[in-house]
Design a protein around this ligand. Structure first.
Ligand code: FEO
Length: 168
């Protein structure tokens, strides 16, 4: 059985994962109407799906442990971006916020001596290491590319090979 404190904290994370899915879905929709970046578009859509999976995993965990997962109201995401670089910068900042939130959650699980939740959350800890590293790599590449159109063409090709993570 989940304590009230851990249940509230897990539900807060449900909202963060749902919000992440929404944020990347907005990036995908924006990218889809930009010319020549089909794979970047697919990357954002895929990332949005992964975040929904992160959210569902939490929902099932809360409900299976005798709690109640609350489906949250979301905030409006950023809809348009001055450039592809800006979108990826926002993605990195968003992932850093998610990592901080996961770390806090792990802290709460320990304080509550809820070792089942602590154990469950390790998957998210590992996932955040991967996601942050990927976001940083993509930002570094975009920094190198600058305004070079050929570079952006290659970046779009390259991103096809990238795994967003989030698998079971
Ligand atoms: Fe579910 Fe990208 O954090």
């Amino acid at each position: 059985m989940l304590s009230k404190t851990i249940q509230e904290a897990l539900n807060k994370q449900v909202k963060i994962e749902a919000q992440s899915s929404q944020v990347y879905l907005a990036m995908a929709s924006w990218a889809e109407i930009q010319p020549g970046i089909d794979n970047i578009t697919a990357f954002f859509y895929r990332h949005s799906d992964e975040e929904r999976m992160h959210m569902l995993k939490l929902i099932h965990f809360i409900n299976e442990r005798g709690g109640f997962a609350v489906i949250p109201q979301l905030e409006a995401p950023t809809l348009t971006f001055p450039s592809i670089k800006h979108a990826f910068k926002e993605l990195l900042e968003h992932e850093m916020m998610v990592s901080e939130s996961i770390n806090n959650l792990v802290d709460i699980a320990l304080q509550e001596k809820d070792y089942a939740s602590y154990n469950f959350l390790q998957w998210y800890v590992a996932e955040q290491i991967e996601e942050e590293a990927l976001a940083r790599t993509l930002n570094d590449k975009l920094e190198l590319i600058g305004d070079d159109k050929g570079g952006m063409y290659l970046f779009d090709k390259d991103i096809l090979t990238v795994s967003v993570g989030g698998g079971e």
